[in-house]
Design a protein around this ligand. Structure first.
Ligand SMILES: C[S@@+](CC[C@H](N)C(=O)[O-])C[C@H]1O[C@@H](n2cnc3c(N)ncnc32)[C@H](O)[C@@H]1O
Length: 205
């Protein structure tokens, strides 16, 4: 059985973050979906499994003041923290396995691009949803990007679970209403196409 922390620390310890298959120069879909929540600049946003993504940079540039980045790999967060520079002190950096995360406060927006889909066991998915429910504010928003049905079957040498809206709705449960979904064709740095599906849900109070 692969130890996920060892796997991801090794990935970020040996690969150039600009060349990994999930690298994006601009996280446009994520930014648009976050903007579409209508949340204010002081809304608490957590980027779950944020890795070395520039989403945190862009959110800070847009004036968001309460951004958290969580990842299982310290090296990924070190990379993002170094890039963000002086503004890093404004960010809550959390090294944790999302299936075991104990939130210290609630978040208004939960963002996850390409993390949930690595949870191939039912038990881990249930833990993820439990953590999400305990972390999210009463009318909070959930934005998840995952490989779409018909898209890739593996990423970073690991098997993944593909999602469509029905499957995501069943996982999150009836307390969440689907507000928006979109497909995105991600082009990897080596030129391969990867079909992503993004979903924006809001928790119903
Ligand atoms: C495919 S990368 C995506 C990174 C980032 N979201 C992006 O879009 O560039 C998956 C990320 O999830 C992190 N990760 C994998 N399993 C995790 C877990 N159980 N808890 C927290 N982070 C995890 C990895 O370290 C990695 O940074």
């Amino acid at each position: 059985m692969i130890d996920m922390k060892t796997h991801w620390d090794s990935v970020y310890g040996t690969k150039d973050p600009l060349k990994v298959s999930w690298y994006q120069e601009e996280p446009d879909s994520s930014l648009e979906l976050i903007a579409n929540t209508g949340a204010s600049k002081d809304a608490r946003i957590i980027d779950v499994g944020g890795g070395a993504s520039v989403l945190v940079d862009r959110l800070l540039q847009q004036g968001h003041t309460r951004v958290a980045v969580l990842d299982i790999a310290d090296k990924a967060l070190d990379c993002a923290r170094a890039r963000v520079g002086d503004d890093a002190e404004k960010v809550e950096w959390i090294t944790a396995d999302i299936t075991r995360f104990e939130p210290l406060h609630s978040y208004d927006i939960w963002h996850d691009r390409a993390v949930l889909h690595f949870l191939t066991s039912y038990r881990d998915r249930m833990s993820y949803v439990d953590v999400l429910n305990r972390s999210l504010s009463p009318e909070g928003h959930v934005i998840i990007g995952a490989f779409a049905v018909g898209g890739p079957e593996r990423c970073s040498d690991l098997p993944i679970v593909q999602y469509d809206a029905d499957k995501m709705q069943r996982l999150l449960g009836e307390a969440f209403r689907l507000e928006e979904q979109r497909q995105e064709m991600h082009i990897t740095p080596s030129g391969n196409e990867q079909q992503f599906a993004f979903f924006r849900f809001q928790r119903q109070s």
